[in-house]
Design a protein around this ligand. Structure first.
Ligand code: NAP
Length: 296
């Protein structure tokens, strides 16, 4: 005998929201949908979804309501329209945002008797509903555990922490990792190209091997940061200093910006001046952030 799947509500039926709602419908969940432009619900209704007239009606239909709209302003508009009706509901916000926005939404929801999970979709619409999609969630662990099976239909699902902002913190940290790594690669290609006509493809095997070192060392680096122990690794900071000087000089000579490298070089110098000459490069992590609240 088929077990009844729990009802789900989806607010926001853009490209992503519609895919999310369709995934639940296809898995047999009674699905209530709401969208600002009503016509966008028609296809889903034809497949068995129930269209709610208002966000308020939509959230009262299910124990879990998923919000997936353009941005935080739009999400706030939808949640405000749902108002006090969110009491007792688990709100899952899949709208892309910042940690601060997630914390504010969590406060809003908690004040109205709802539980708030912030979610991040690291996938395109074509991947949602398959194991290729990765979704990160943060908020009350009990709310996540209660709906893990339902949320798991959308893709590979991870709980990353009880602070509401944690999922978008991960999201932005990972985006930053991509930007920095991609820019590092582009800078290397630009430097090679500065010598004249070089097909960047000839550089690929060497670059791939170099990037591989970063990837291979990732678990060890994480342990060193956690334990605040910074063994020399491939070189000590004293040995890194002249390499950085050569690189800064070379990049500068071909008109490349060296601000970031100069900043790294200054941190190395500061650490050496503090007598930490035998530390490895990972020691710089201690200088990359200022504790919240700012320096006094
Ligand atoms: N698409 C992707 O591949 C993807 C991947 C990862 C994450 N995301 C995230 O998922 C979220 C939704 O993206 P999407 O691709 O579905 O966007 P989209 O196709 O542009 O749809 C936007 C949705 O937001 C609604 N909306 C906008 N302003 C609103 C307001 N003031 N009040 C109520 N509803 C409003 C729209 O309603 P109307 O139909 O009435 O305009 C529509 O349902 C975004 O935060 C995005 O960053 C998307």
């Amino acid at each position: 005998m088929a077990v009844d799947e729990p009802p789900v509500t989806v607010l926001g039926l853009g490209a992503m929201g519609e895919t999310v709602a369709r995934t639940f419908l296809d898995s047999g969940h009674p699905t209530t949908v709401w969208n600002r432009s009503q016509e966008r619900a028609h296809t889903l209704v034809a497949h068995g979804a129930v269209r709610a007239e208002t966000p308020r009606d939509a959230v009262t239909d299910s124990p879990i309501a998923i919000v997936c709209v353009t941005d935080d302003d739009a999400a706030r508009t939808v949640l405000d329209a749902a108002g006090e009706a969110v009491a007792g509901c688990v709100l899952v916000n899949l709208t892309t945002g910042t940690p601060d926005q997630a914390e504010r939404a969590a406060e809003w929801a908690t004040a109205r008797g709802a539980k708030y999970l912030d979610g991040v979709i690291q996938a395109g619409v074509d991947q949602v509903g398959t194991p290729e999609a990765t979704l990160l969630y943060s908020g009350p662990r009990s709310a996540f555990a209660a709906h893990r099976t339902t949320l798991g239909l959308l893709g590979e699902t991870h709980f990353v922490g009880s602070a509401a902002g944690q999922a978008s913190l991960y999201d932005l940290a990972l985006l930053g990792l991509w930007y920095d790594a991609e820019l590092a690669y582009l800078q290397a290609i630009a430097l090679i190209g500065s010598a004249g006509e070089v097909d960047p493809e000839t550089f690929v095997p060497f670059a791939a091997k170099q990037l591989g070192y970063v990837l291979d060392a990732a678990p060890q680096v994480a342990r060193e940061v956690r334990d605040r122990r910074y063994p020399r690794g491939p070189a000590t900071l004293v040995e890194h200093a002249p390499v950085l000087d050569h690189l800064i000089q070379l990049r500068s000579s071909v008109g490349m910006n060296t601000d970031h490298l100069g900043y790294i070089r200054a941190l190395v110098e500061q650490r050496i001046a503090d007598g930490r000459t035998e530390d490895g490069f990972t020691a710089l992590v201690e200088h990359l952030t200022t504790p919240r609240g700012g320096a006094s």
